[in-house]
Design a protein around this ligand. Structure first.
Ligand SMILES: Cc1cc2nc3c(=O)[nH]c(=O)nc-3n(C[C@H](O)[C@H](O)[C@H](O)COP(=O)(O)O)c2cc1C
Length: 175
């Protein structure tokens, strides 16, 4: 789906692909957590560890591509979100409350699901989380394209995936 999306994206976009499986990201624990707190408190936002947050904040378009795991998305994506949720870079806080600092006008989520959650949407926590995150970070709008029911009996998975790829392409062409 991501391949279909990016193949159809207008040339005006300069695409940077971040393969989270290659980045060696770790969770915010122990000294790694405290270093972050100290750096944010002292305003050292140019520190190298905040490079992912700076990259996200200046993107014009943000695309997440991840499968549906355990009613949400894989933990690796949550670890990335921990990395990029930096006060002063991707969001800010003042007397009025929280506000997003990211410039992207669009946030897109491409996902593949084993089941189908239309009848029980409250069980679907991946797209709903990223939708909330788009508000938190200040992205202009949010669209999810999902291939549902890929592991379900009686579902023609190839046809579902093909349709989702077409939707992803159409979305890319509209941006
Ligand atoms: C660790 C793991 C957890 C999964 N959890 C769910 C789940 O909670 N609900 C569901 O419908 N499918 C679940 N699945 C099935 C995947 O969503 C499905 O196989 C996937 O979308 C296929 O996409 P892919 O080929 O891009 O990995 C899970 C699969 C794995 C490997």
């Amino acid at each position: 789906m991501a391949d279909a999306f990016f193949a159809a994206l207008p040339d005006a976009y300069e695409v940077t692909r971040l393969d989270l499986m290659q980045e060696g990201l770790g969770p915010l624990v122990g000294e790694y957590f405290w270093e972050r707190e100290r750096l944010i408190q002292s305003g050292e936002l140019s520190h190298d560890r905040f490079r992912y947050a700076r990259q996200l904040a200046r993107a014009d378009l943000v695309v997440f591509a991840a499968p549906f795991w355990d009613l949400g998305f894989p933990a690796l994506l949550k670890i990335y979100i921990e990395q990029v949720s930096v006060d002063g870079i991707t969001f800010g806080c003042d007397a009025r409350g929280l506000h997003g600092l990211c410039r992207a006008e669009h946030c897109v989520f491409l996902t593949t699901r084993g089941g189908c959650y239309k009848a029980q949407p409250e069980l679907e926590q991946g797209s709903r989380y990223l939708d909330a995150l788009h508000t938190f970070f200040g992205f202009g709008d949010y669209t999810c394209v999902a291939a549902d029911g890929l592991d379900s009996e009686g579902v023609d998975a190839s046809a579902v995936l093909e349709k989702a790829c077409r939707q992803a392409q159409e979305l890319a062409m509209s941006l």
